[in-house]
Design a protein. Structure first.
Length: 218
């Protein structure tokens, strides 16, 4: 079976098992961006608490985060962990947004995928996974987001080697699948769901929707 067919079959199996995941949670593209930065090294429940604090303070906007001082911002996002570092990363992004695009997400998202990805990766504290999450979930660009779950699951299925890089994993999915925003969005969300439920560092294989067909046949 070709890699494209295997990847699509895995997607269909996971979608049948779990259904739509409604990712990325957020009322606005800006909220999605803030969430993508805050979710580094923590779980989503903690990010929700931090975002709720920003909303309660009335500063969940480019202007709001630009005007709030670092220490107060750090206090508000404390539930997300590494709050001083993440406050700095939010400030770095806001500084970039205003310097390069006048504080306008519309202008930022008017760039083509390659150009905007290059700009985002130049912002301190934004790596490939965060940049691609911003592009896919906030900007609606057709790019596949890779995370630790992706590498772990597809290595165990025999489709990836242990030392594969972020770019190499992304390339496999991008080369094998239609460049469809909805597909990339849902596939990544389903991978995360499977990773949390079954494909943990110590795998829980019993009941895994991929176990019978894929773990034995690949």
């Amino acid at each position: 079976m070709k890699k494209r067919d295997i990847l699509l079959k895995i997607y269909k199996t996971l979608f049948k098992e779990y259904g739509p995941q409604h990712w990325w949670p957020g009322d606005t593209p800006f909220e999605v961006i803030v969430g993508a930065i805050l979710t580094q090294n923590t779980n989503w429940g903690n990010v929700e608490k931090a975002i709720a604090n920003l909303k309660a303070e009335g500063i969940l906007s480019p202007e709001g985060l630009r005007n709030v001082n670092h220490n107060h911002l750090a206090m508000l996002i404390r539930p997300s962990g590494y709050f001083n570092i993440k406050a700095g990363r939010l400030k770095y992004f806001i500084d970039y947004l205003f310097k390069r695009h006048g504080g306008s997400l519309k202008k930022m998202f008017s760039l083509d995928l390659k150009a905007l990805r290059h700009e985002l990766l130049e912002v301190k504290g934004i790596g490939p996974e965060t940049a691609d999450s911003i592009l896919l979930y906030a900007g609606g660009y057709p790019i596949f987001v890779v995370d630790a779950y992706t590498a772990r699951i597809f290595n165990r299925l025999g489709l990836l080697s242990e030392d594969v890089t972020y770019h190499e994993v992304q390339e496999i999915f991008m080369d094998s699948l239609p460049h469809d925003v909805k597909l990339f969005n849902e596939y990544h969300a389903l991978i995360v769901r499977l990773g949390k439920d079954y494909c943990k560092p110590k795998p829980k294989c019993e009941g895994c929707p991929l176990k019978e067909e894929f773990c034995r046949s690949i």
